[in-house]
Design a protein around this ligand. Structure first.
Ligand SMILES: Cc1cc2nc3c(=O)[nH]c(=O)nc-3n(C[C@H](O)[C@H](O)[C@H](O)COP(=O)(O)OP(=O)(O)OC[C@H]3O[C@@H](n4cnc5c(N)ncnc54)[C@H](O)[C@@H]3O)c2cc1C
Ligand SMILES: Cc1cc2nc3c(=O)[nH]c(=O)nc-3n(C[C@H](O)[C@H](O)[C@H](O)COP(=O)(O)O)c2cc1C
Length: 1497
């Protein structure tokens, strides 16, 4: 039991600061000294080799084992600083400890120490269990069965990086002596233990390997590889040598010495065991600065190591090697390999030369990750054997244990790929998968895992030369399909998508995986498209000789042979283990290219042709332990496949003789090289013909170059690549291509595409299934048994499947418009796609990679920033870009910078590149994603639609394919129309891109734009009086409508801040926030959102003009007549219209509907139908259709609904029209003006009362409502955090605050907070900086005596030393020059620069957007002036400040100087809009009549 390695020797150079970097604690029994804790950042942590719970056995030569604790500690303390000391540490009894080196994708090694419980009698399953519990560390092999109570609950590991820390907490709790661990057994995995022994023996067999002559069937031979000199190639639980019934446990006993060697000049760490003398002992090497040795507890044991047969090869044992796990499974690792051979295999990493270019030599480390073996033996290389079949008998599914092992490996790969390895999500997924495997022997891959698996399989395909494209694989998930007909439809869609009118695209369709082996899905065709081959009575062959056997099967199934040279074979499809069914491929799906030659006109007369789409359909997609027996995939052709192989191979069409004759070549002697000349010409013809026909093809030179590029990428990303040289080197001119000269290593990475037995050789026919005559089902194909086969006519029905193409519509919104647009878009896309809408904040950026199409609808807020709901997504996307970015420069840019530098067309769209470019291109992580962006914004803001541009650019840079140019929707002009234009366009292009949508009318689909669910017509809505219910609480109703928790606050006090002489009003409002159950919490800098009420006169004016309206104070429910799909067809029914909660008409108009924003054109058109006077009708119609007239009218009057009703007196409106079509009344934000510490239970706001006068006096809804409320009135509120506008964490830093007018609002909360902090907290210090950072306030007003709000408070803040300086800029003081805040800033440029640059200060701006832009420009000038920066450097510096969260903006919008701003902006907007879409809209209108819609801005 104690024969285990649990000591470790560590050399450390003791540091002055924290000694050895660990703390010790007394242990009751001897030896006394135990490591109780590690000092963060100390030596022990840094070296990673000392763990809590370690017993300190020896320091240099002094044993601490027999001396008392005090003495031992004294000795440790007295170790001289700066000298290297050797510590001998022992893991607690019952544990083993060893070192593990793991390698990252780049082959960079990292060594850690792993301590784990010593497990006796370790079985295969206990090893699996430990592999589960260990996260990154490789599976290690022991020979003891694990008692179940020592198993590790993966969740215990979740909280710790390695096993040792999982138990060390127990030690510190005092269980030092026993060091026992009590962890929950892992139930599902435990159960597997009991199953394993019964399962593992039943599949051992000795397969024969057929040596095939691909050109000549007759030259086949076979060999039985299970002779005495080699191992059995069985995919089974291993048997120990000599006893097939016992689990294989002939692995190391953990008593080994592990040393590091550094064999390579590139400093790669090799690793091996010193097992016996036949293994060369490596040179010792140090690990980082500290040398370490892992020793056995009994050092003499080393000389008595077990005999060689008991060891796996070093490779199978190598730390970091996943192969070790499967080594047990397959039982193949060097059991019979001589010591000599083993020693040659000890070389961990393989250096691969490039014989043409030594600089291309590489070191392969990737192979250390394999979990499957190649079929070669130490005696025989099977490199040229055509197909390495699955080692299990046909129809036998994988055993649970093997599924589990593969699943674990795959899930680990997947979570590594999404950078979430060992996260709770990973462990949770692992648990779920293992529980499912335990229960039903299998599990389901998520669609993201499936996509990742399919792409990775391509990446891992050793024989494929075109792998540079691996990430650009379109995955069609067809796992829901259950019938052959369904398979046929999916395949038709695949062919159509892949062919893409000749512009071939890579795709895979994945049907359900194997279950019990009796319900397999199979495509009997080797490729989707193949030409029939007919053997003639005279022995000659017509058509493609390769397909003779399959053609005969088709004939037996009832297919009528056509006896031509190029007859398309039908699809033979087997679903769910049923007998196969046959389908003709619709002719219009198949593109064929007639062959012509650029110089030889006679070539066309040969009537040769070939198809465009090479789609392999017989391989099994082996992913995560699941076997997808039908998973056809396609890429595009390399010319030689057709020219050399299909037309010149002796076993194929073999046209060499005919062409030679036409060319007039001397075919009598081979030395004339006539065959070679023919080969070249046929290949020229193929390439030329495909190019002329516009069908994607690549030549072998380009393909080989692209492969070298792929290899280079893979070397960089994964430390190597697997490649089968025999296949990668093209069939002609091999040595002219670079791949010929490249050494390659062939190994089996998972997931993968594998060969499988021809289905007709394994299928059990229905009629044979119930026969009791034989125990074994018949699998052999016999022709006469095929009579039951069914033949279908081939009408293409792709609609259902087309909808399998995923489309996610992501939106980010602040006030709800983007969401509404996104939902409208989804209605359209649902007609042809599997479309769903998601808010960016709910979406995990990691999933992007696996989307087929992403549509982004987003607004811009702040000053070019994302709306809050897009903030995190923007950051995550930026991170994704930084880790994957192709350009080094991009990595340096923050996402904010990106928005600033965004340009609509900054890089070339991938779709514009030619196939050859594609081959050369390094694809980004989103290379398989199609996308388009719609931006909502307002030209009143300097950074118009900046966030949308940011999105557009980042997607592009991540390699996504922009299918439609970004479109902008300007709130000031034509936003909705621009959206309609874009939505239609993007839908059309998307349908074209994915070859879907020809089965429904585009008009129907896009009618969602005009008639979304809730467009209005007189009979579509109704109001139902409700008598026996109570009107719901307002805050509850608002919470429901807004999806946020709205709370009720009470007005405590309102204080006017401006002098009575002022023409304007600003007030301080104090709210009591203790009214509701849950209290609002906030920090200085946050916002309070207020849900206002419309004024009673406005509401009354509207109520007076309604027709057929119920009593305004009657409780009503608004209902909508909607069509629903029912089993007998569509039926109509009334449902509640959720936009308006149960309330009275008066409440609806007061609380829920926006009645002051000028009605939209759509609304005016609807109103025109409600006017009783012809003149009103006409005018409304005119305004509703003539954009220019409407824009002028709207701009001049800014009419509210009540004003419009005055203007058109004959209008009598239907209440349902208003209730269903008016936009929702929005919340208003106010920067909180109080500190929660200074005023607990209160929120203060500084509100400027909004009044403006376009033609007549207008009042802002919220500010005027607040101004009218009495103390004690209730106000629905919520708090919105503004994390980018908080005080700096480091209180010592100086702060510059710029806030003219109401912009001072948040700064009041700052100075209040600082005052309290100064009173209550200790003075902060940070390095040289001592004490509270200085605060400078720049305020702006018209005239100091009139609107210098908070002047008294500011005066005391100055006196109390809270504020260092307070500057006031006056813009309308008759006795002074006009000054704005930016002018005062400029006057203090030195101090500003000093605070920011020399003292690392923070800069805050609050107020309207124009002021913020002006101030930023001034800051830029200050930096130019004082810090000698040029203008771009200065702007860069400001952006850096923003990136590092030292430049903060709180933008109110355009409210403050709105007249000037909107005037200018609107002119621009109008011009831009008319230039862009106005004319096309006019055109569209005249051709289609009016655009119907029920929606309004
Ligand atoms: C993050 C943030 C923080 C804010 N903090 C504060 C704060 O601390 N204090 C404060 O007072 N305000 C603040 N605001 C502004 C505030 O939210 C409201 O916008 C403001 O109070 C006006 O709201 P209202 O309902 O009274 O006016 P509304 O009814 O919303 O009317 C304002 C609208 O009227 C229109 N309008 C205004 N002037 C004209 C004109 N001349 N011509 C034509 N149309 C015009 C514009 O469309 C404008 O948006 C903040 C805004 C934001 C976004
Ligand atoms: C405070 C505030 C700041 C804004 N900042 C910008 C901006 O920087 N750029 C821009 O184009 N639009 C800006 N807008 C306009 C919004 O993007 C526009 O109103 C949009 O239609 C809102 O869409 P949403 O409802 O989906 O959020 C801003 C609006 C507000 C109220």
């Amino acid at each position: 039991m104690e024969s285990k390695s649990n000591t470790v020797r560590v050399k450390l150079s003791k540091s002055k600061k924290d000694g050895f970097g660990f703390l010790v604690q007394r242990r009751e029994s001897k030896p006394h000294v135990v490591v109780s804790d590690l000092i963060p950042g100390g030596l022990a942590v840094e070296c990673g080799l000392i763990s809590r719970g370690d017993i300190v056995v020896r320091l240099n030569d002094t044993y601490l084992t027999d001396i008392d604790y005090e003495k031992a500690v004294f000795i440790l303390r007295s170790a001289p600083i700066g000298h290297t000391a050797t510590l001998l540490l022992r893991a607690p009894d019952g544990f083993t400890t060893h070192l593990v080196t793991t390698f990252d994708e780049n082959g960079v090694g990292k060594t850690i120490r792993v301590t784990s419980p010593f497990i006796q009698n370790d079985s295969f399953i206990s090893r699996i269990k430990r592999s589960f519990s260990r996260g990154q560390s490789p599976i290690r092999l022991c020979n003891a069965e694990a008692p179940s109570d020592t198993l590790v609950d993966p969740t215990a590991i979740e909280n710790s990086n390695n096993f040792s820390s999982a138990y060390s907490s127990d030690l510190t709790l005092g269980s030092h002596d026993k060091c026992s661990i009590e962890m929950e057994p892992n139930e599902p995995i435990n159960k597997l233990i009991s199953n394993v022994n019964s399962n593992h023996n039943n599949m051992i067999q000795s397969p024969k390997i057929y040596l095939t002559n691909a050109a000549d069937d007759k030259h086949q031979s076979y060999t039985n590889v299970t002779d005495n000199n080699s191992r059995s190639v069985s995919n089974t639980i291993p048997s120990s040598p000599g006893n097939a019934n016992e689990p294989c446990e002939q692995v190391d006993k953990d008593h080994r010495e592990i040393k590091y060697v550094n064999t390579d000049k590139e400093a790669t760490t090799a690793y091996h065991m010193k097992e016996n003398e036949s293994v060369p002992t490596p040179k010792r090497n140090s690990v980082a600065t500290n040398r370490v040795e892992n020793t056995t507890s009994d050092e003499n044991r080393r000389s008595k190591m077990d005999s060689p047969k008991n060891y796996p090869t070093s490779e199978s044992y190598s730390p970091g090697s996943r192969r070790s796990s499967l080594a047990v499974l397959t039982g193949i690792d060097g059991q019979k390999v001589s010591g000599e051979r083993r020693s040659s295999q000890l070389k961990k990493f393989m250096k691969l030369r490039n014989l043409a270019d030594e600089s291309r030599a590489s070191l392969d480390t990737l192979h250390s990750k394999v979990i499957d073996t190649v079929p070669c033996t130490p005696d025989r290389c099977l490199g040229s054997v055509m197909a390495h079949m699955n080692k299990r008998p046909p129809g036998v599914p994988r055993c649970k244990e093997e599924v589990l092992l593969h699943a674990r490996d795959f899930i680990e790969q997947y979570y590594t790929s999404i950078k979430r390895l060992n996260t709770p999500a990973h462990l949770k997924r692992l648990q779920k998968v293992s529980a499912s495997i335990e229960k039903i022997g299998t599990y389901e891959l998520t669609s993201s895992e499936l996509t990742f698996g399919a792409k990775t399989s391509w990446r891992n395909a050793p024989r494929c030369i075109g792998r540079i494209q691996w990430s650009k694989l379109q995955v069609f998930d067809a796992r829901h399909i259950t019938t052959a007909r369904g398979m046929f439809e999916a395949i038709c869609n695949h062919i159509r998508y892949g062919t893409n009118k000749g512009n071939i695209r890579s795709a895979i369709t994945i049907f359900p995986p194997r279950t019990d082996g009796k319900h397999d899905y199979r495509i009997w065709n080797a490729q989707f498209i193949r030409y029939a081959g007919y053997r003639q009575p005279d022995g000659s062959i017509v058509g493609d000789p390769m397909n003779i056997e399959f053609t005969e099967i088709c004939e037996q199934l009832g297919w009528k042979p056509k006896s031509g040279m190029f007859d398309l074979l039908p699809l033979v499809l087997q679903a769910n283990g049923h007998d196969p069914e046959m389908f003709e491929i619709p002719r219009d799906l198949v593109i064929e290219v007639p062959l012509i030659h650029p110089q030889y006109p006679w070539f066309a007369e040969l009537n040769l042709k070939w198809y465009a789409l090479p789609a392999v359909s017989m391989m099994v997609f082996d992913c995560g332990g699941l076997e997808f027996t039908a998973a056809p995939f396609n890429g595009w052709y390399m010319g030689t496949e057709i020219g050399a192989r299909n037309f010149c191979d002796i076993s194929r069409y073999h046209f060499t003789g005919i062409v030679a004759q036409k060319m007039g070549l001397d075919t009598r002697k081979s030395s004339s090289l006539w065959k070679d000349r023919v080969l070249v010409e046929i290949n020229i013809a193929v390439l030329y013909s495909y190019q002329v026909a516009g069908v994607t093809i690549t030549d072998h030179h380009a393909a080989a170059e692209s492969f070298m590029k792929f290899a280079e990428n893979e070397q960089r990303l994964r430390g190597g690549y697997t490649a089968d040289w025999v296949w990668v080197v093209p069939p002609m001119s091999g040595s002219l291509t670079p791949v010929f000269h490249q050494e390659m290593l062939m190994y089996k990475m998972k997931p993968s595409y594998e060969y499988q037995e021809d289905p007709w050789k394994t299928h059990v026919w229905m009629k044979d299934r119930d026969k009791k005559t034989s125990d074994r089902p018949k699998r052999k194909f016999r022709f006469r048994e095929l009579a039951r086969a069914v033949k279908f006519s081939a009408k293409l029905m792709g609609r259902a499947l087309a909808r399998r193409v995923k489309c996610v519509i992501l939106y980010a919104t602040e006030t709800g418009k983007s969401e509404r647009f996104a939902r409208m878009l989804c209605e359209i896309f649902k007609h042809a796609f599997d479309a769903r809408v998601m808010c960016m904040e709910e979406y995990d950026v990691i999933d992007l990679e696996h989307e087929a199409m992403v549509l982004v609808v987003t607004s811009t807020f702040g000053n070019g920033d994302p709306p809050e709901s897009g903030e995190q997504f923007a950051k995550d996307l930026y991170e994704l870009k930084s880790t994957n970015g192709r350009s080094g420069d991009l990595r340096k840019m923050s996402y904010i910078r990106m928005s600033v530098s965004s340009e609509p067309e900054d890089s070339q769209s991938i779709s514009n590149l030619s196939a050859d470019d594609n081959l050369q291109m390094e694809a980004g992580p989103l290379s398989n994603v199609r996308y388009s962006v719609f931006g909502l914004g307002s030209r009143a803001y300097p950074k118009f639609c900046a966030f949308a541009y940011y999105m557009d650019n980042v997607f592009n840079q991540l390699g996504a394919d922009r299918i439609c140019k970004l479109a902008e929707g300007d709130e000031l002009c034509g936003q909705e129309e621009s959206f309609r234009q874009w939505a239609k366009k993007v839908f059309e292009v998307a349908c074209e891109t994915f070859c879907v949508g020809n089965d429904f009318s585009l008009k129907d689909a896009t009618s969602a734009l005009a008639m979304t669910d809730y467009s209005w017509s007189p009979d579509k809505f109704r109001l139902t009086p409700v008598d026996n219910e109570k009107e719901p609480d307002l805050c509850e109703a608002l919470s429901q409508l807004n999806g946020k928790h709205v709370l009720q606050c009470r007005l405590l006090q309102r204080t006017q801040l401006q002098s009575p002489k002022s023409s304007r009003q600003t007030f301080l409002m104090r709210l009591d926030i203790t009214q509701s159950d849950s209290e609002l919490s906030y920090l200085p800098g946050d916002h309070v959102a207020i849900f206002p009420a419309n004024s009673a006169p406005h509401v009354d004016a509207i109520l007076r003009k309604l027709q057929n309206a119920p009593d305004p104070d009657q409780l009503i429910r608004v209902e909508v007549l909607q069509e629903k799909n029912a089993p007998l067809g569509a039926v109509k029914g009334w449902t509640t219209f959720k936009k308006i909660p149960l309330c009275t008409l008066r409440t609806a108009l007061t609380r829920f509907l926006d009645i002051t924003t000028p009605p939209s054109q759509t609304m005016l058109k609807l109103f025109s139908t409600q006017a009783n006077r012809e003149l009103d009708k006409e005018e409304l119609e005119h305004l509703g259709t003539d954009l220019h007239a409407y824009e002028d009218w709207k701009y001049k009057r800014v009419p509210t609904l009540a004003e419009l009703l005055d203007e058109f007196p004959s209008l009598r409106l239907s209440p349902t029209l208003l209730l269903s079509q008016l936009p929702t009344l929005q919340q208003r934000f106010y920067s909180i003006s109080s500190s929660p510490k200074a005023y607990p239970g209160e929120i203060h706001a500084t509100v400027s009362v909004m009044r403006y006068k376009p033609q007549m006096e207008h009042e802002g809804v919220c500010s005027n409502w607040l101004n009218r409320l009495e103390a004690g009135d209730t106000i629905p509120c919520l708090v919105r955090a503004a994390p980018t506008f908080h005080l700096p964490e480091d209180g010592t830093l100086p702060i510059i605050m710029v806030g003219p007018g109401t912009g001072i609002a948040p700064f009041r909360s700052f100075w209040q907070q600082r005052k309290i902090d100064k009173e209550m907290l200790k003075e902060p210090s940070n390095g040289n900086r001592q004490g509270w950072g200085q605060m400078y306030l720049y305020f702006g007003c018209r005239e100091i005596d009139i609107d210098n709000i908070y002047s008294a408070e500011l005066k005391s803040a100055m006196e109390e030393g809270v504020l260092k300086e307070f500057y006031v800029a006056q813009s309308r003081n008759p006795s002074m020059r006009k000054m704005y805040v930016q002018d005062v800033l400029m006057q203090n440029s030195k101090a500003v620069c000093d605070a920011l640059i020399s003292r690392g200060g923070h800069f805050y701006i609050c107020g309207d957007v124009q002021m913020a832009s002006d101030v930023t420009r001034t800051l830029q000038q200050i930096l130019q002036k004082e810090a000698a920066m040029d203008s771009s450097h200065a702007m860069d510096y400001i952006l850096q400040l923003r990136d590092s969260n030292r430049f903060h903006e709180d933008i109110f919008g355009v409210t403050m100087r709105s007249t000037e701003v909107t005037d200018r902006a609107r002119d621009q907007a109008k011009k831009a809009w008319i230039d862009k879409v106005g004319s096309s809209i006019e055109l569209e209108r005249s051709s289609k009549g009016s655009i119907e819609t029920g929606k309004k801005d």
